[in-house]
Design a protein around this ligand. Structure first.
Ligand SMILES: [Zn+2]
Length: 183
């Protein structure tokens, strides 16, 4: 991304600043932070406060997945009783409700089932460029949803071969995986 290129987050923040200064003017002239709705003219109250959301989720039960990912391996769990393979990995088998799970290494190639390009992003994703999310079916019979890295999204083909790559997601800087077209 070039330094000058605005992300959707930049544009959203800019709009919000304009909106805030408009409401500030209203507050100064009317005394309360209200404004008429542009379409209906009905009175709206404007207020804001920042909310930070922090995630702390136990992943102890699927620690192996992250250990292997950091070792450039892609693994998941298979039920030792019914044989069902799950992705994301599960600590217990949701089908037969036992904890006898085995770790297996998954294929790194599959077939594109479907994909979509995300142009209108949720605010917390608005700092990314438009991204593509795709579902790829592995020979093991399971589907893996991940971002697709493609220079030309128009060249993606349903049924096309895809390769999984373990990558670092920026600017957050953590290790994750994404699909890359092979054809
Ligand atoms: Zn099972």
């Amino acid at each position: 991304m070039s330094r000058e290129e605005k992300t959707q987050k930049d544009m959203f923040d800019e709009q919000m600043r304009e909106f805030e200064s408009f409401v500030e003017n209203m507050k100064d002239s009317v005394g309360i932070p209200t404004f008429p709705d542009m379409k209906t003219g009905s009175l709206q109250w404007y207020d804001q406060r920042w909310i930070t959301t922090r995630f702390i989720i136990s992943v102890e039960g699927i620690k192996e997945f992250f250990d292997k990912l950091l070792d450039d391996k892609f693994v998941t769990t298979k039920c030792g009783v019914c044989g069902e393979i799950y992705f994301p990995p599960q600590k217990d088998c949701p089908r037969c409700r036992n904890s006898n799970m085995e770790w297996i290494e998954l294929s790194r190639e599959g077939v594109l089932v479907t994909y979509t390009q995300i142009n209108v992003k949720p605010y917390s994703f608005a700092h990314y460029r438009d991204y593509i999310v795709g579902i790829v079916r592995l020979p093991e019979g399971i589907n893996i949803t991940a971002w697709i890295r493609a220079d030309d999204p128009g060249s993606l083909k349903i049924g096309g071969r895809m390769r999984l790559e373990i990558v670092r997601r920026e600017p957050e800087g953590y290790i994750t995986y994404e699909w890359v077209p092979l054809d």
